[in-house]
Design a binder for this molecule. Structure first.
Ligand code: ZN
Length: 108
């Protein structure tokens, strides 16, 4: 493995623990309608626009639409854009950290 590829991969290192913390330390919540444990992962093909922007999932047992806090979402609920703005800021910060690390490692 050459040093440039290693440096680029090392630049992405801060993302790995971030996603592990994000995905595996959250406890699955029960469905507000049927009590079934909600899935940790939702297929990108099944996600709605609201799921991509705000998060949340669909109960596999009853099909109830649930937000990230485990509350039922009714059909006419408006989108909240604050989670999207937060995600963009966090992604920008992580990309900045990655770019700085790559720059330091490439200067060797
Ligand atoms: Zn359910």
């Amino acid at each position: 493995m050459n040093s440039t590829l290693f440096s680029v991969l090392a630049g992405f290192a801060p993302f790995i623990p971030f996603f592990f913390i994000l995905l595996f330390l959250q406890r699955p919540k029960p469905c507000p309608d049927c009590g079934q444990q909600l899935p940790r992962f939702l297929s990108p093909l099944k996600k709605t626009k609201r799921h991509w922007i705000q998060g949340g999932c669909i109960c596999t047992k009853c099909g109830c639409d649930v937000d990230t806090a485990g509350r039922k979402v009714t059909a006419g609920t408006a989108l909240r854009l604050r989670p999207l703005a937060t995600a963009i800021v966090m992604l920008t910060l992580l990309c900045g950290i990655g770019a700085v690390l790559v720059t330091f490692l490439l200067q060797r």
